[in-house]
Design a protein around this ligand. Structure first.
Ligand SMILES: NC(=O)c1ccc[n+]([C@@H]2O[C@H](COP(=O)([O-])OP(=O)(O)OC[C@H]3O[C@@H](n4cnc5c(N)ncnc54)[C@H](O)[C@@H]3O)[C@@H](O)[C@H]2O)c1
Length: 631
């Protein structure tokens, strides 16, 4: 660090997440019947002092009086506080140790516990300015050294003044007394530190609000900082009532998160997107070219759902925006519904239930069968088909499947060599293919003709894969014992629109409103999966499971910087990248490359010591869409 920048850091609620005397009270009063009351009193008095509403000395005196603490309580206090050092200071331990000559702890707390805690970060005892406890003969804490400047009102400015630090002073703290140093003209800037607590009266006075130590280091262009870019500068916009778990994950990561319960129109979103780095949507928000043209800072879109038709994916690629969704989060939900429907249909229950509602009591075993020992034919042995086979086998079904691709049979399932083979042998047929255009009407009259008499038929995949007229005909003729249909070629736009289908009123048929995957558990899974993928992408560059980017799973970045270069997939770009790296004599630790038809994605891990001009040259390569560096 240049000698000119000194960082003066407050301890309570800044270096650590908590107020040390609150924690000491929890320890010293653990056997007291008035514990909760006294702890609350201490917290209230601390706040009054922090907000400048009572004098500091008064607040300190009142707290020590009620504390009833002892020297023997200190080891436990030090232990507890060490585990509660603020995340961004923990993260920047290397920076602190390296720059210890210019780092000072200035606290109205007590050296007795501060010195051992900050020593782990390389901060020397003579760089810790704080109070000292006084003890009685039995070791009980009875007061504080009143000679110490920091025990007096306005103690922090007095202490800084006495130090006569060379160079600029930057004060970092959460309290009014930290601001007083700047107010006295003894610091260049005061950063209100809000990682643990936000005090509006303090924020008002600050030169800059710092939600993390990373922000301060970034703003001061300090090298050796832990993060290339502070997370609080990453603005996240979450629309359409994204599940609260998803919001929590993004907030905990340190992002600046804005949540909107509804969707936004194209124009509204085009306006709002301008400073957004990560957008989270569900199925209703249309992310069009117009929106994307305004999205100058957008790095990633999370579709908190399965489909991504609502997003202009090619345009996202051209602009270097990675899109993630949650394709497997509701697999189990679809499987469970299929299992339930198979059982209901084999017992002829849809009709029986309807009869009961119209007053008809039909107690008989006719047309009711167990599923045990029946042949289940699964068409499409992907995520859903394969998981269904496991559950179905566990219920005693004899499982067969057919897939276009070579898929490994799970358990005792039997692979069919052709669709016809499956159609001819199965008692129950269930469709779990994807929605590729060639699958349109893949089950039509000819396929129904090949099926056994009295077969049960389910479609929980995509509406257009079944010829609905043929299905209806086979239900009415009795060739099919019954059917369950969850997806339709035309589905209502919303719950306000009528469901129109020729399948309404067909015998022994369960019609459900495309809810195979709609469970609260699936929503929770989505809320976990999508943010995880986005954070991996932001933090490491990994594009695993991205819908539109070449998928690269990357090793952890250890002791290196990572260059991420996204470019149009044009001949010769890779050579240009490597030429630039060679010209700057960059020491490459690892390089990873993947392309798709439109873009190329190149990751280069390099030794930390390099000429920073290389970055401008990499950005200048023609065809470059985006470049960023990670560490
Ligand atoms: N009802 C719902 O709410 C709901 C929820 C989730 C998924 N889905 C749908 O379920 C279907 C399956 O989902 P998944 O996650 O298992 O998909 P997947 O991509 O993992 O599996 C689809 C499988 O079908 C195979 N396939 C495609 N066309 C085929 C054909 N003509 N003949 C034989 N096999 C074929 C593929 O090779 C693949 O193995 C998808 O259509 C999906 O949209 C519906």
């Amino acid at each position: 660090m240049e000698n000119s920048k000194n960082f003066v850091i407050d301890f309570d609620s800044t270096f650590t997440q908590v107020e040390a005397l609150d924690v000491l009270a929890e320890i010293s009063l653990q056997n007291s019947s008035k514990r909760d009351e006294i702890i609350q009193e201490i917290k209230d008095v601390t706040d009054l002092g922090m907000e400048g509403k009572i004098s500091f000395r008064e607040s300190l005196k009142r707290r020590i009086e009620v504390l009833e603490a002892h020297k023997d309580d200190l080891p436990e206090l030090i232990d507890r506080l060490s585990s509660r050092v603020s995340a961004s200071f923990k993260r920047n331990k290397e920076f602190i140790t390296k720059n210890k000559e210019n780092i000072f702890i200035l606290s109205n707390g007590f050296k007795d516990f501060i010195v051992p805690i900050v020593a782990h970060y390389g901060i020397k005892p003579d760089h810790v300015y704080a109070n000292d406890f006084t003890y009685d003969d039995e070791g009980k804490i009875v007061g504080f050294n009143e000679e110490n400047l920091l025990s007096s009102n306005n103690g922090k400015p007095k202490q800084i003044e006495s130090l006569k630090l060379e160079g600029e002073v930057f004060v970092i703290g959460d309290g009014y007394n930290d601001y007083e140093i700047k107010a006295a003209g003894l610091a260049k800037e005061f950063y209100a530190f809000t990682e643990n607590i936000r005090r509006e009266s303090v924020i008002e006075k600050a030169d800059h609000v710092a939600p993390s130590f990373d922000e301060i280091l970034y703003k001061n262009k300090m090298e050796d900082r832990a993060l290339s870019y502070p997370k609080n500068r990453i603005k996240v916009l979450l629309l359409e009532n994204v599940h609260e778990d998803g919001v929590r994950r993004m907030t905990t990561e340190g992002y600046d998160v804005e949540v909107y319960p509804a969707g936004l129109s194209e124009d509204e979103l085009a306006e709002k997107i301008k400073d957004v780095s990560i957008l989270g949507i569900r199925s209703k928000t249309q992310v069009t070219k117009k929106v994307l043209d305004n999205a100058k800072r957008l790095h990633a879109i999370g579709a908190f759902c399965i489909g991504t038709n609502q997003i202009d994916l090619p345009e996202c690629q051209k602009k270097g925006i990675a899109v993630f969704n949650a394709p497997f989060s509701n697999t189990r939900s679809v499987v469970e519904l299929a299992i339930a429907e198979i059982i209901l249909l084999m017992r002829n229950l849809p009709d029986k239930i309807a009869s009961m509602h119209s007053g008809k009591w039909d107690k008989s075993a006719n047309s009711s069968f167990e599923v045990r020992g029946k042949k289940l034919g699964i068409i499409g042995y992907g995520n859903i088909g394969a998981q269904l086979s496991i559950l179905a086998e566990a219920m005693g079904l004899d499982v067969y499947y057919y897939d276009l691709e070579e898929r490994l049979p799970l358990g005792n399932t039997t692979k069919c060599e052709s669709l016809d083979e499956l159609l001819q042998l199965a008692d129950i047929i269930t469709l779990h293919v994807d929605g590729r255009p060639e699958n349109k009407n893949m089950i039509s009259s000819a396929e129904f003709d090949k099926m056994k008499e009295g077969v049960v038929f389910l479609n929980l995949s995509r509406g257009h894969v079944v010829d609905v007229a043929a299905l209806k005909e086979n239900l009415l003729s009795g060739k099919l014992r019954g059917s369950a249909v969850d997806v339709f070629p035309e589905e209502p736009m919303s719950n306000k629109h009528e469901f129109v289908s020729e399948l309404r009123g067909t015998p022994n048929t369960m019609l459900t409103p495309h809810i195979g995957g709609s469970t609260l558990e699936a929503q929770e899974n989505i809320a976990q999966f999508v943010p995880t993928k986005i954070m991996e992408y932001i933090n490491t560059g990994s594009t695993a499971n991205s819908v539109n980017f070449p998928n690269l799973v990357l090793p952890k970045l250890v002791d290196a910087h990572r260059f991420i270069h996204i470019h149009m997939n044009e001949p010769g770009i890779m050579a240009k990248i490597n030429n630039v790296l060679a010209d700057h004599q960059i020491n490459i630790v690892g390089q990873y490359l993947k392309t798709n038809e439109m873009i190329g994605y190149v990751i280069t891990d390099i030794n930390k010591d390099y000429n920073k001009e290389v970055m401008a040259d990499l950005k200048a390569i023609s065809g470059t869409i985006r470049f960023r560096v990670l560490y």
